[in-house]
Design a protein around this ligand. Sequence first.
Ligand SMILES: Nc1ncnc2c1ncn2[C@@H]1O[C@H](COP(=O)(O)OP(=O)(O)OP(=O)(O)O)[C@@H](O)[C@H]1O
Length: 596
Amino acid sequence: MIQANKYKGKGIMRKLLIYLNEYRKECILAPLFKLLEASFELIVPLVVAAIIDHGIAASNKSYIFKMGGVMVLLALIGLACSITAQYFAAKAAVGFSTKVRYALFSHIQKLSFSEMDTIGTSTLITRMTSDINQTQSGVNMVLRLFLRSPFIVFGAMIMAFTVDVKAALIFVVTIPLLSVVVFSVMLVSIPLFKKVQRGLDEVLGHTRENLDGARVIRAFNKQEEETKDFNESNAYLTKIQMLVGRISTLMNPLTYVIINFAIIAVIWVGGRQVDIGRISQGEVIALVNYMSQILVELVKLANLIITINKAIACGNRIQEVLETVPTITDSVTETKKSASGELEVEFSHVSMKYAGNAQDSLTDINLKVKKGQTIGIIGGTGSGKSSVVNLIPRFYDVSQGSIKVAGTDVREYPLADLRQRIGVVMQKAVLFQGTIAQNLRWGNPDATEEQLWHAIEVAQAADVVKGKEGGLDYVIEQGGRNLSGGQKQRLTIARAVVKDPEILILDDSASALDFATDARLRAALRNLQGNKTIFIVSQRTSSIQFADQILVMDDGQAVGLGTHEELLENCEIYREIYESQFKKEDLRKNGGAGNV
Ligand SMILES: Nc1ncnc2c1ncn2[C@@H]1O[C@H](COP(=O)(O)OP(=O)(O)OP(=O)(O)O)[C@@H](O)[C@H]1O
């Protein structure tokens, strides 16, 4: 379940239906043409009756041909109506799904990290793809069949009454009986269809996870186990689908038994009416035809209701995402100017809890960072280092306390203004399909080639770019898959430098760099123009030991704050980390570390 969701369950899919507003004309014309088609269909049994009574009975060939022609004409008009209805229904349904897809995509862009964490990427992909497709076919079917099928059922009954009241009474008994069978089968199938849907979701989720982790699966030789797991969810899906299939197949024998009995009754009653001269033989055939039409339409109606149910379920799931209120909103339109003094970033009694977590991930963090300072953040895995820096650009919001950037609370900035000041290099290096130059210009579309090369030099990525065919024009493939992890890391650092932010955050982003390159990177960052404030998150003391201040994190708490020397003196955790690594570095005789 989506936590931030404010879905109240009322007005099923109502919010989605506004996306049909622009297609009102199509929503009226499609059912209208379907009704026209149905009206012509209802005339056909009468034409057949006329052919039997006046053509065959009187061996009047020209009459048979004439009425045959009428039947063909009726069929052609019906076909034209049906195609027109299909055109309007498809136009409305496709237009609807395009708009919903756009709305959903735009809404997802507004969601903050917190909602993205809670909903999950794979769920969002399902909403964007199969759920929208399902609602699209629901809208299409509703527009075409929702009026048509009941119209034919009642129309055929009324036509039967115009033929003969006594025989038509059989319809009055048969229709409810048929309805009970058809709708009972439908009622049993609907929950099973929901299970099928869930089974499909599971198979889809399994496939996605497997494809995402294909390399790890092979590396760990887990292909067989994965195939076995997949088979299990696939077998479950097959089992449920077979069950639904079996129940649905019950519908045919049952309905045909009822219809055949009804037809026998019609022929019997009709025959007697023919004997006493009240109706003709052709009219008896017309009654039989009407009975068959009713059966076909009731079955269509039951399928339609199943499709509607599925569409509503999918529509509600889409609506849930659309109704998820972003926790971080961009309500401020103008940055309030405050006297910042010399402080660039200030944490005051900051605590933070992730949605769905029982405990705070950060507790009472205080930190004052002056303009131009370099801050190192160190601590064990899961100690809260990334959480600290993620609060500065408001990827998440504090639960308590406040964070100020240049003297103003981060919540009082328009988000774009705040994030424009900050360059973030995330732990996971992500690049997008396009040339290296295009990727580097993400934060500054007007950057000159000279600026790009400067940033590349700073990020120690010159060898990477020069080594690629085309240099800056080298095309990075989707997800940066034609680059190594370290190459990606360097390019993401260069991308942040091109943005020329006031505050630069490097979240463990030099982990793939060797010590010497890491040291050169830090020296280059220090020499950047514009007195930048730099946050370096790292697990390596060598990466942060020459920072102006070092924040030591442990289990969400700041257990130390000071310079390297001060911390060695009075912070046990820092000392432990340093000593454990210092010895290793010493053994390796790595002279590159710590020269900044
Ligand atoms: N998106 C999230 N949702 C829920 N809990 C989270 C989320 N991100 C982090 N946490 C939790 O918050 C705590 C701090 O995580 P954080 O990522 O800040 O640690 P870290 O020090 O950066 O770790 P690492 O060095 O391994 O990256 C951890 O216990 C983690 O499980």
